[in-house]
Design a protein around this ligand. Structure first.
Ligand code: HEM
Ligand SMILES: [Cu+2]
Length: 660
């Protein structure tokens, strides 16, 4: 009996590495600390009422923001571990199999559990306010999306201490990810972590598509909509078409592993390249899903801080929509070396290069907006200015990679690693950070400290080039990706070591940048400049017309829109002495909180955990619980309420008293 338990525990818990024992201790201590603090300060009901059961888009946005910054930390630590191992030849810091696990979790976490939720954070925090709406179209579904994401992310992260991490790369190619080559549970954690959060992402795409199509303030025609909202529309459409492909692909891989099917095996009619094609049919649109909203953010920031209307609004809209379509026809550029015919490769090479055109149009539009503008270099603008050169070089190296015959040299080399980090960090991370700094005062009611922010920016920006420029050269010098170490012959004779060392220094500079940001946030919570105006930057769009932080119903009266840059117009009218027509307050219709999204996601977690370990006694009750929650939701009719006029009056008086 005792022997059995011991044997089970030794396979169930990951053992043998000091890093992992450290993590075990950290997890236990943090959990105890959280429980203690919540109990000591009697915060359990507050947590449940205000956060866990909330359907308010603003609070859901804040929860996404916190979760994604934590994931940025985890993914960043993974990155530093890898860079430490590669700093010098023959390093003994990480073993080969451990290195495999680390690049796998780094890539997966950064894209799916950092970039995606950070993007959803901004969708939630900004879109309804920009549209003049009171919430998203489906607030209940929105909460469900968040909890599914969080449970999926937790399941994935658990593999670090329980069962073992996945280690077949961030896209989990077969045959490596098949049972024959990865018999452990790591790959199952990968499949279920992503499946569960993927359902949430799909639902978010649907939610924001409908929100943008149906919830805009009266008078806001599509072509009067702010560009960030346009970018969210473009991204949501891509999510809706791309995520089902991911779900099906991972489901088929699961059937291979779970039931011994042969979709992607090497024998009995299976074909691993089928998987590679399918996963990139999702994977390529996925990178545009995360980068297009960054373009939207830059458009808002550039216009606001140049004190000008965005240059080329229509061409901006058109290029975003064009990119979202063309991005579905480029996937094979990830495996030009597969052996398809020259004609096939030519098609994908050209479609890839075509994307450069609308992207270039956007870059010129930003430059023309700044041209002769009254530019203020605030923090959001700083990240935007850092982004432009970085993204342009990243785009140019992307076009180099798109040259199919040349890709036989670049493929899977460090040149590729440098290229995609350039667009992912320079485009996505810089973009979302610009967005975070821009909308932070709207969300929290205070600005983030300027001086610490500048330090953070320069550390990130300089660190970025120091880290990734040498990697282009390393790629040309023959260093391949996913390499866990190199000998002193290549290291010193071929000159890999000095470049790798420089690269590692750059990575740590970015790490210091992140520490500055943590410092900046904790400092500004106490000392940050309060925003009493609701419009600290002189904004142009509707979110700046209401107090910061916004009241729970956002707009006391529905705004009526007549032009683009709707709030700018109101301010111009006011300056001319034109008074807005008096309005009458009416009761506001709001959705009620619900515990079902959280409970349902916990059941998904239980089901997922059961499937990971092949424990049907756990998986089936989990699924039954999910079905039960669906039924409970179907029969709950008490889902909404009205905020009475006197309560709105009181809230507004308090807010305006403080704000005007
Ligand atoms: C913050 C600084 C970052 C550093 C220093 C860094 C470093 C690295 C390193 C050393 C690798 C492994 C290369 C290899 O051995 O093949 C890697 C892979 C990867 N990184 Fe990053 N990274 C950073 C940020 C990011 C971000 C922000 C994203 C995405 C949004 C990202 C996505 C990826 C992906 C997808 C892979 C490929 C994983 C695989 O090969 O399966 N990284 N990164
Ligand atoms: Cu691609």
């Amino acid at each position: 009996m005792w022997e059995n338990i011991k044997e089970f525990a030794s396979t169930f818990f990951v053992t043998g590495d000091p890093l992992i024992y450290g993590a075990d201790v950290a997890i236990v201590l943090t959990s105890i600390a959280i429980v203690f603090v919540l109990t000591y300060f009697k915060k359990w009901t507050w947590l449940w009422r205000e956060w866990i059961t909330t359907v308010d888009h603003k609070k859901i946005g804040i929860m996404y923001l916190i979760a994604s910054l934590l994931m940025l930390f985890r993914g960043g630590v993974d990155a530093l571990l890898m860079r430490t191992q590669l700093a010098l030849p023959n390093m003994k810091f990480l073993q080969a199999d451990h290195y495999n696990a680390v690049f796998t979790t780094h890539g997966t976490i950064m894209i799916l559990f950092m970039a995606m939720p950070l993007m959803f954070a901004l969708f939630n925090l900004v879109v309804p306010l920009q549209l003049g709406a009171r919430d998203v179209a489906y607030p209940f579904l929105n909460s469900l999306s968040f909890w599914l994401f969080l449970m999926g992310a937790m399941l994935f992260n658990l593999s670090f201490v329980i069962g073992g991490s996945p280690d077949a790369g961030w896209l989990s190619y077969p045959p490596l990810s098949e049972l024959s080559h990865s018999p452990g549970v790591g790959q199952n954690f990968y499949i279920w972590g992503i499946q569960i959060s993927g359902i949430g992402s799909l639902a978010t795409g649907i939610n924001f598509l409908v929100t943008i199509l149906k919830m805009r303030a009266p008078g806001m025609k599509m072509m009067k909509m702010p560009l960030f909202s346009w970018s969210v529309l473009s991204s949501s459409i891509m999510i809706i078409f791309a995520f089902p492909i991911l779900t099906v692909t991972l489901a088929l891989l699961f059937l291979d592993r779970f039931l011994g099917a042969h979709f992607f095996t090497m024998d009995l009619g299976g074909n691993p390249m089928l998987y590679v094609n399918l996963i990139w049919m999702w994977g390529h649109p996925e990178v545009y899903i995360v980068v297009i909203p960054a373009f939207g953010i830059f458009s808002e920031v550039v216009a606001t801080f140049s004190k000008k209307k965005i240059f080329g609004y229509k061409s901006m809209v058109f290029s975003m929509m064009l990119i979202s379509i063309v991005s579905f026809f480029t996937w094979a550029h990830h495996f030009f070396t597969m052996g398809s015919s020259a004609n096939v490769n030519v098609f994908f090479a050209i479609s890839t290069m075509v994307i450069g055109i609308p992207t270039g149009v956007k870059v010129f539009n930003w430059l023309f907006t700044m041209f002769r503008g009254r530019i203020t270099i605030s923090q959001p603008m700083l990240w935007t200015l850092g982004f432009i050169p970085c993204f342009v070089v990243g785009g140019a190296t992307g076009v180099m990679l798109a040259v199919a015959p040349a890709d036989y040299q670049y493929h899977n080399s460090y040149f590729l690693i440098a290229h995609f980090h350039q667009v992912l960090i320079g485009g996505v991370v810089f973009g979302y950070l610009a967005g975070m700094y821009y909308w932070w005062p709207k969300v929290f009611g205070f600005k983030l400290d300027d001086r610490l922010g500048k330090w953070a920016f320069w550390m990130w920006n300089i660190g970025f080039y120091v880290c990734f420029m040498p990697q282009y050269a390393l790629g040309f010098m023959g260093m391949t990706r996913r390499l866990y170490t190199y000998g002193s012959d290549t290291g010193w004779d071929l000159g890999w070591a000095p470049l790798n060392l420089v690269s590692t220094v750059g990575a740590f500079l970015m790490g210091i940048g992140f520490i500055f940001q943590v410092w900046q946030i904790s400092y500004s919570i106490r000392k940050g400049e309060r925003d009493l105006t609701g419009d600290p930057w002189g904004g142009r769009t509707l979110e700046w017309s209401i107090p910061s932080p916004a009241p729970m119903y956002n707009f006391a009266v529905e705004p009526h829109v007549t032009t683009d840059d709707a709030w700018w117009k109101v301010k111009e009218d006011r300056a001319k002495g034109i008074k807005p027509a008096p309005v009458k307050l009416e009761p506001i219709h709001m959705p009620k909180n619900s515990a079902i999204p959280f409970i349902m996601s916990v059941f998904w977690f239980i089901a997922g955990f059961g499937f990971v370990f092949d424990w049907m006694w756990m998986a089936i009750p989990g699924l039954v619980g999910v079905a039960g929650c669906m039924l409970a939701r179907s029969f709950s009719y008490d889902t909404d309420y009205y905020i009475p006029v006197d309560e709105i009056e009181r809230t507004e008086a308090a807010l305006r008293g403080r704000t005007v």
